[in-house]
Design a protein around this ligand. Structure first.
Ligand code: 26V
Length: 819
């Protein structure tokens, strides 16, 4: 297992072929001539894994020996995307693999297409975790990602008569070559039961938990290869299994069926990713998932990653657990419990250690998205943890009362325990009290977090709050997704930009270079062609050529305002029908949507239905002369994003100001040379500041304006009454035009907009329409558009997740890369 010198390819093409055929024969048990594409894909994955293996082992050894601080990234979601392409890129094996496979009569893209992406996340939050672990590996930061190995990831979306229908995501069905299960290293996780006090050998009164049942957590390790640096970090995902004791007991009692049921019960815990992006429901299974992966991860780090006999008083010298939203916050009482009940620490001692080992990232502002677990459920499932939470809260409120004597209202507001509508634990408060730092994910978001969500806490501890603006990995979202643009960039400024994205600045002078502009436009056209081919075979969708490609891809949410985009489309259509817009004056445009709705989120699902119905009518109407098309490929995921984003001209980032914490799609589009039409929300604010107003289409109310309108009282109906264009668009939907004459099919969507419109789509309608007119004017001037697109690429290097990691290292983790 000698390590090949870092950065050099491992084999000759011949060596690769030998290795690949060996894998095909010994792993898949087939000859080349009898092998399926799946066999070939699995053999190729093994070949690449074998190459990474020595580096992985070496990384682990070096990190262990160095005894440095590790980042424990705790996240219930990792939206990884396909692994093969990334592994080939990280190891510089692309050319060798392509040539070697050619010698075998095989085609690398075909094999790559065989991979089913692990969709172990809902959207931005899970994808961010995946970008962060990529960046940490590339930057030589020792880290372990901890999470859950869901047997079923985010559902596969299909459309039936335009309505979303969910199918299970069977990502493991054809084999999963990237994981390394370690059943022998399983850890036990307890649940239920009660607590009791007892007197220990030293005569001290102590507490212990007598649990009622338990499950096993089996670790599955995944390689996280750094880009061309020889480092391979670990992502460790836990899978739930029944313990022997659990079913043996029942089995011995002679009830075989009951024993099997027990197994199913245990395994349910890691069975399925919750797709609920709409309301964090008080689901017992979800709390089980959270505690399950956190308990496994802490146990794993303390018992396996730390050397035996390590003095836990110094734990924070060796680990910082980053809490990706509140999902893993139960880790706080879990560490307290381990230190006190298992290691004999006193409360104050345990608290000193615990509060130095966690930091908390908040990813939303929406009140209904903040997790509150009922004390009834917590007490039933994790009685000891509930006691500890009460203990933390009691001591914390003492501190508050001491800092603000007589201000009892404040103490009540800041309590981790909510009393209404039922007694529950506010997990964000617990995370804030326990964390060394609390951060938001974009400047505006962090500001609003301080001022609006946690104002009392930021007054008490102003230095605890900080910002780290999100980023995306340039490896996957530029270098892999946009190979032609990458080549162009490298030709111009060299290849260092892949790990030092601010270097893209050096492209600025090329924005005015006609030859560079021409190559840039050709690449955009090539990316559109690539997308066209994909959508034809994937979805049977025909994209016209020569259109402005206008893309809105993200989870379907009212606050993201897909309905506003839809009103723009319907309005263009209505204006052509009514003759207020001549067809020839319509800018040829194709709007592409990609969006999954949470299965229980009615309004979101109705909006998907409406988009599909509008698409059907518009796409078929010859009066438009093919100048307006709407495409809605089903099952938007990371794999599709990698093809869609590089092809886009226009990026839609149109959430109501103050609602989108950051957005990360916005960054991917800008880095791939799309211009943004967007509100002053989330990271849009920073994108606009960096690219400049001339190269960004801003519209809509600012966050303070939104707050003001809300305070004044918002009446959407008045916009309908006073804006004829808006009225005409809504009336067209109500007329049954898109629903075979059924005037009520879309009542829910339309009447919600007219009478409630919580996210003020109607208030921003005119401003949006005006901004779209500016888009069209600019698009008509090809050179000006291309120049702006190049400047978007050149000026958005800041949004590399490598930079985000540097910010976390400096502001939160207080540690440095290993070399
Ligand atoms: C949950 C809920 C539940 C109640 C209804 C509204 C709502 C909205 C969002 C969520 C998810 C909260 C956590 C989350 O996924 N946040 C996303 O995190 C991304 C990475 O930081 C960020 O770019 C997105 O703006 C943010 O929505």
């Amino acid at each position: 297992l000698a390590t090949a010198p870092v950065g050099t390819p491992p084999f000759s093409v011949d060596g690769f072929v030998r290795e690949f055929l060996h894998e095909l024969n010994t792993n898949q048990g087939v000859t080349l001539s009898r092998s399926s594409v799946n066999d070939q894909y699995l053999a190729l994955a093994s070949t690449v894994k074998n190459y990474l293996m020595a580096r992985w082992l070496e990384t682990n050894r070096k990190t262990r020996e160095a005894k440095v601080k590790t980042i424990g990234y705790l996240s219930a979601e990792y939206l990884l995307g396909r692994q093969l392409g990334n592994a080939l890129l990280a190891t510089d094996l692309n050319d060798i693999a392509r040539q070697g496979l050619e010698l075998c009569g095989l085609d690398l893209p075909t094999l790559r297409a065989q991979e089913v992406e692990p969709g172990l996340g809902n959207g931005g939050l899970g994808r961010l975790a995946a970008c962060f672990i990529d960046s940490m590996a590339t930057m030589d930061v020792p880290s372990i990602g901890y999470g859950i190995r869901y047997e079923y990831g985010i559902f596969r979306q299909t459309f039936v008569d335009g309505r979303q229908v969910e199918q299970p995501d069977t990502w493991l069905a054809l084999g999963s070559p990237w994981e390394f299960p370690h059943p022998e290293a399983a850890v036990r996780v307890d649940f239920g039961g009660h607590t009791e006090t007892y007197v220990d050998d030293d005569g001290r009164e102590r507490c212990r938990w007598i649990p009622a049942w338990n499950v096993l957590g089996v670790p599955y390790n995944y390689m996280v290869p750094g880009y061309l640096n020889g480092r391979v970090n670990t992502l460790r995902l836990w899978s739930a299994q029944a313990t022997k004791a659990f079913d043996l007991q029942i089995f011995n009692a002679g009830d075989y069926a009951q024993a099997v049921r027990a197994q199913t019960f245990a395994e349910n815990i890691s069975k399925v990713l919750y797709p609920e992006d709409s309301t964090p429901q008080g689901k017992e299974l979800r709390l089980q998932q959270q505690y399950f992966f956190v308990a496994c991860s802490l146990r794993d780090f303390l018992d396996n990653e730390l050397e035996e006999g390590f003095d836990l008083h110094h734990l924070s010298e060796r680990i910082i657990f980053q809490l990706n939203d509140t999902h893993p916050v139960i880790a706080v009482p879990e560490l307290m419990r381990i230190l006190m009940d298992e290691k004999g620490f006193e409360w104050e001692e345990a608290w000193e250690v615990t509060k130095s080992c966690f930091a908390y990232t908040c990813h939303t502002l929406l009140p209904e998205a903040l997790e509150v677990w009922s004390t009834e459920l917590l007490g039933r499932l994790l009685p000891r943890h509930l006691e500890i939470i009460f203990g933390i809260n009691e001591r914390f409120l003492k501190e508050v009362r001491a800092a603000f004597p007589g201000d009892e209202m404040r103490a009540r507001r800041m309590s981790m325990i909510a009393e209404y509508p039922e007694q529950g634990v506010r997990m964000a408060y617990l995370a804030t009290v326990a964390g060394t730092k609390v951060n938001g994910v974009a400047e505006l978001h962090s500001q609003l977090l301080r001022d609006k969500v946690l104002p009392d806490f930021s007054q008490l501890w102003p230095d605890k709050f900080t910002n780290v603006t999100n980023g995306v990995t340039p490896r996957r979202f530029v270098r892999m997704a946009n190979p032609k643009l990458s080549e162009l960039i490298t030709d111009a400024i060299g290849s260092n930009w892949v790990t030092d994205l601010e270097r893209l600045k050096e492209l600025e002078p090329y924005a005015d270079d006609p030859e560079f502009q021409a190559r840039f436009s050709e690449i955009k056209a090539w990316n559109k062609k690539r997308l066209t081919d994909l959508l034809r075979q994937r979805d049977g969708i025909d994209l016209p050529s020569g259109h402005l490609l206008d893309v809105m891809v993200k989870r379907l949410h009212e606050y993201k305002r897909q309905s506003l985009k839809l009103l723009h489309i319907v309005s263009l259509y209505e204006r052509v029908l009514s003759g207020t817009l001549a067809v020839e004056d319509l800018t040829p445009r194709t709007v592409v949507f990609g969006a999954k709705a949470a299965p229980g989120y009615r309004m979101a699902k109705d909006t998907i239905h409406l988009i599909n119905k509008v698409a059907k009518v518009i796409n078929a109407d010859e009066r438009l002369e093919g100048r307006l098309k709407v495409a809605f490929p089903a099952n938007y995921n990371v794999t599709l994003a990698e093809k869609l984003i590089p092809a886009a001209d226009l990026s839609e980032q149109i959430s109501l100001a103050g609602m989108e914490a950051s957005g990360t799609g916005n960054m991917k589009f800008a880095l791939n040379g799309a211009l943004t039409i967007g509100t002053d929300d989330g990271a849009n604010v920073e994108i606009r500041r960096l690219v400049g107003d001339k190269h960004f289409f801003l519209f809509g109310m600012s966050e303070p304006e939104v707050a003001e309108l809300g305070a004044k009282g918002y009446t959407p109906g008045s916009y309908y009454e006073s804006n004829p264009q808006l009225k005409a668009a809504l009336d067209l939907i109500l007329s049954g035009e898109f629903s075979e004459g059924d005037r009520h099919m879309f009542d829910s969507v339309v009447y919600n907009l007219l009478h409630q419109d919580r996210f003020m789509a109607l208030a921003d309608f005119q401003s949006y329409i005006d901004a779209q007119a500016r888009v069209e004017a600019k698009y008509a001037d090809e050179a000006a558009w291309t120049r702006s697109a190049i400047l978007n690429v050149a000026r958005t290097g800041y949004f590399s997740s490598d930079r985000s990691m540097r910010d976390y290292l400096q502001r939160i983790w207080h540690t440095t890369p290993m070399i």
